[in-house]
Design a protein around this ligand. Structure first.
Ligand SMILES: NC(=O)c1ccc[n+]([C@@H]2O[C@H](COP(=O)([O-])OP(=O)(O)OC[C@H]3O[C@@H](n4cnc5c(N)ncnc54)[C@H](OP(=O)(O)O)[C@@H]3O)[C@@H](O)[C@H]2O)c1
Length: 341
């Protein structure tokens, strides 16, 4: 399998590291021996070689210089779209920045990759939240796959569980904790730490962005519940359709009062069927201790699918991290590999 990588940040580099470190394991156990033929990143540079790039050299360069321009060999300087056009890859891995307002540049990267007849694996929420149905149709027309497991809960299986493992069941509700930053803050508030101190801790530990607004105001969770609703409940929601409330108005007293009632405050993202429609909401809820979501603490994520056959099925696991997300992307690549004749 020839792979082109668009975006060489945390996830892109983790994927390359995993492919390098697990080369023998993947070959022996999955007969999977991929070739990375191109990497294109807006600031770090770009290199393409149809014979395959040297992964160790790429990783050393980016670690030592922050760039890959010094790569020995290959064609340099192609931007993402030129790379997508010329790389000759079977699969494009799109791991550039997320933008939940426009979906760009991801939508264009994915659309052009599919039009060029290339499978796409992405961890980028924006394009799937805003243009899933269009991109899925395009993938079907071109006879290629569009996989996006890591857009929700990073490497913890969530999309594949709903789409493949629960296939044939009616999902009437999806609810979960899909943002690690806010869950960390609410957990620490339950331990008596103030909102501001908990946010500072989350930032020091690398869970929260320097500008954490998208997390705190619930936008990140909105993107994820839109993805889940549109991909698994057959609906056409937009982020603006989701009723949204963040965690910034939660006080220490609210958290303590909830604990007094035997409940825990969690930021819950929820999509449910009602009167033939799918509705969605993100907001703080008082969750009973008997609910598996109540015990999901710190930066862990969790998702409960409610289905006609099984009732509630809950998945708990990491919701972010380079290694975790890189492995989720690898899982999608292996799923495409398995389907090859
Ligand atoms: N990290 C996680 O835990 C995680 C989990 C799930 C999903 N995701 C999603 O996965 C994607 C990648 O995440 P990340 O953590 O790797 O982010 P990141 O470290 O910021 O890396 C993104 C990379 O994409 C590059 N880029 C942006 N626009 C580009 C363009 N037009 N053409 C080529 N490269 C471009 C950036 O370039 P420069 O920085 O060089 O300018 C950066 O190196 C994001 O969409 C993110 O939301 C991340």
């Amino acid at each position: 399998m020839k792979i082109a990588l668009i975006g060489f940040g945390t996830v892109g580099q983790s994927l390359v590291k995993t492919l390098n470190e697990k080369r023998e394991y993947l070959k022996d156990n999955y007969n999977f021996d991929p070739k990375l033929v191109a990497v294109s990143d807006i600031l770090k540079g770009s290199v393409m070689d149809p014979e395959g790039l040297d992964l160790a050299q790429l990783l050393r360069l980016v670690k030592e210089t922050g760039k890959i321009d010094g790569y020995v060999g290959g064609v340099k300087g192609l931007d993402a779209l030129e790379t997508i056009k010329r790389c000759g890859a079977e699969v494009v891995v799109e791991v550039a920045w997320t933008n939940l307002e426009t979906g760009e540049p991801g939508i264009t990267h994915i659309r052009e990759s599919l039009r060029a007849g290339r499978h796409v694996v992405t961890s980028n929420k924006g394009p799937i939240a805003l243009a899933y149905h269009e991109l899925k149709r395009l993938a079907e027309q071109e006879g290629v796959e569009l996989r996006f497991e890591c857009t929700v809960m990073s490497g913890t299986p969530a999309i594949a569980v709903g789409m493949e493992n629960l296939a044939g069941q009616r999902i009437s509700e999806i609810k979960g904790i899909v943002n690690g930053t806010t869950n960390y803050i609410l957990t620490k508030m339950g331990e008596g730490v103030s909102y501001i101190d908990a946010l500072g801790e989350a930032q020091r530990l690398g869970y929260a962005e320097a500008d954490p607004t998208a997390d705190l105001e619930g936008w990140d969770a909105v993107g994820k519940i839109v993805i889940l609703a549109n991909t698994l409940m057959g609906t056409y929601l937009k982020p603006g359709d989701v009723i949204r409330e963040g965690v910034s108005k939660i006080s220490q007293k609210d958290v303590e009062d909830a604990l007094g009632e035997g409940k825990r405050i969690k930021l819950i993202a929820r999509a449910w069927s009602e009167g033939g429609e799918v509705k969605a909401r993100v907001g703080p809820e008082r969750v009973c201790l008997s609910d598996p979501l109540a015990g999901v603490d710190r930066n862990l994520n969790a998702l409960t699918y409610v289905t006609d056959a099984l009732g509630g099925v809950t998945i708990i696991g990491p919701g972010a991290g380079g290694v975790e997300t890189g492995h989720g992307v690898l899982g999608d690549l292996l799923a495409i590999h398995r389907k090859k004749p």
